[in-house]
Design a protein around this ligand. Structure first.
Ligand SMILES: Cc1cc2nc3c(=O)[nH]c(=O)nc-3n(C[C@H](O)[C@H](O)[C@H](O)COP(=O)(O)O)c2cc1C
Length: 185
């Protein structure tokens, strides 16, 4: 099984990447799946002027990104809350793809500097992915006060509580991955 983690913030000095690192470490330490972070800050994509399938000369990194979404069993999206929504960097790649999102099991983790864990992001992102026919699981993993909750190695301050929460979050994603496999086998 493979799960990719999209780290959506491209902001200099970002903190939500700590949560993406935490997911990667947790998935690897518990032998849940092979995994990697698709880091939008590293990709440095331009604002796309068309969806990938209509681009005349897509860049190799764009093709590689799309291939990784297409071939993975499941996706975790770690998104910051930016003025109550999700950042342009994430919308850019959501709108880039079409077939790659269809029936893709996706779990969303929202991150904020404030006390509410980015919960205002969830509806707009769920709705966009739903329009793309992705299979977004209802489980949530909101992270409030991120710089106090995780260090820059992705280690949570409250290890026990966080691992309890992450288990039930990932269980829903794993359920959706298994359900999809049974429907397509
Ligand atoms: C443009 C912008 C808008 C933001 N809006 C909110 C917000 O509405 N609510 C909130 O709690 N935090 C907000 N933040 C703070 C982020 O939640 C904070 O930076 C957090 O660490 C996650 O984003 P990061 O990975 O870019 O650091 C905002 C940050 C930026 C850059």
């Amino acid at each position: 099984m493979n799960i990719v983690i999209i780290s959506a913030s491209v902001r200099t000095g970002r903190n939500s990447n700590r949560v993406a690192t935490f997911f990667k470490n947790y998935i690897e330490a518990n032998n849940i799946a092979s995994t990697e972070i698709l880091d939008l800050q590293q990709y440095q994509f331009p604002i796309f002027d068309e969806r990938l399938k209509f681009q005349k000369n897509p860049s190799p990194t764009t093709i590689e990104f799309a291939q990784k979404i297409k071939s993975t069993d499941g996706v975790i999206i770690v998104t910051p809350e930016c003025n109550g929504g999700y950042p342009a960097s994430l919308k850019n790649v959501v709108d880039l793809l079409i077939d790659e999102w269809k029936k893709k099991p996706i779990a969303i983790s929202t991150v904020s500097a404030g006390a509410f864990g980015g919960t205002q992001v969830i509806t707009s992102l769920q709705f966009s992915l739903w329009k793309m026919q992705a299979w977004v699981v209802p489980a949530m993993f909101p992270v409030p006060k991120v710089s106090e909750s995780f260090n820059d190695q992705g280690i949570p301050t409250d290890k026990e509580g966080t691992e309890k929460r992450v288990k039930s979050f990932l269980d829903e994603l794993l359920w959706a991955i298994e359900a999809k496999k049974r429907m397509t086998s």
